[in-house]
Every structure is written in C-alpha cells, then in structure tokens.
Design a protein around this ligand. Sequence first.
Ligand code: ATP
Ligand code: MG
Length: 163
Amino acid sequence: MGQPGTAVTRPLPDPDATRALGQVLGAAVASQAPRSFMLWLRGDLGAGKTELARGVLAGLGHRGRVPSPTYTLVEPYGLAGATVLHVDLYRLRDPAELDDLGLADALAAGAIALVEWPEQAAGRLPAADLEVRLEVSGAGRLARLEPASPVGAAVLAEALARA
Ligand SMILES: Nc1ncnc2c1ncn2[C@@H]1O[C@H](COP(=O)(O)OP(=O)(O)OP(=O)(O)O)[C@@H](O)[C@H]1O
Ligand SMILES: [Mg+2]
C-alpha cells in the first residue's frame, strides 16, 4: 500500500450538491476502472448517504430510479462493465449475515460496492478504498472524504479535479 493521501472536506449546501459530488466520484471510479472498489458512506440517519450514492450511480452511468436498499440490504446494478452493489447495513441484525450477502465474494471477483452504515458490519467488511462521512451543517451538509488505499486516493484526486 502506498500513501493513502489526506482527507478533504467539502460543503454541500443542498441535495443537488450531494448528488453532484457523488457523480464526480462515480465518474472517477469509472475512469480509473479499478478491479474492485469499496466506498464507505458514513453519517447519521438522514445525513445524505443514499443521495450521494444516487450521484455515484449516475456517475457510473445509471439512468433511472435508485431505490434505497434499506430493506433489501443490497441493490445490484450492472454499470461501467462492472457489478455495482449499493448496500445499506442499517438493518443488518447480525454481522454474520454479511456472509449471506456475498459482498466479500463479489469484491474478490471484481465489483464496486457503495456501503451505507459500514460500522454495522463490525469489522467483517473488506477494507474501504475511500470513506465519505456526511454530517448536517446548518441547512446543508459537510462531506469529509478520506482515501484509504492508493486507488482511493487516485479516485478522489480525479473526482476533485472534475468537481
Ligand atoms: N447537502 C444537503 N443539504 C440538505 N439536505 C440534503 C443534502 N444532501 C441530502 N439531503 C437530504 O437529506 C435527506 C436524507 O438523505 P438520505 O436519504 O440520502 O440520507 P441517508 O444518510 O441515506 O439516511 P439513512 O441512514 O436513513 O439511509 C434527503 O431528503 C436528502 O435529499
Ligand atoms: Mg440511506
């Protein structure tokens, strides 16, 4: 592993800004075309994780609706020549259930995963390449983006250059 790089923060005044940040991240992932990519989306209930994931999916080429995976836990897409898994672990009852979701297998086979509530996995999730933390800030949000691998750093650098 090389230097993961430093964290950056971005103000997101409204939901459009959240989606726009997601979109440049998704476009950067598509452009970097890593064999697998793990994006962790942290933040409280209603922080904007799904909104950001909608932008990422759009940046990866998705057109159409994006249901929240709140109850299904995983919503799969085929985008940018890859399997893309939008995951929400809020309702995961037991971290052991993670094995049934096949996340680790999918990533090992080469997939892009966008994971809301990664902390629910209690350390059983494959390591993040990039972590985004969203928090409420006035009427808007503040995003903190922290690369956790060389490919995560490359994706973040390219996304910020596009923003
Ligand atoms: N930058 C922003 N400023 C103001 N509102 C925002 C911003 N980004 C997202 N929102 C809004 O916050 C609300 C909650 O967003 P979202 O459903 O994405 O949250 P979440 O983090 O996925 O929540 P959960 O943990 O329940 O899945 C939505 O109405 C969304 O449009
Ligand atoms: Mg959500």
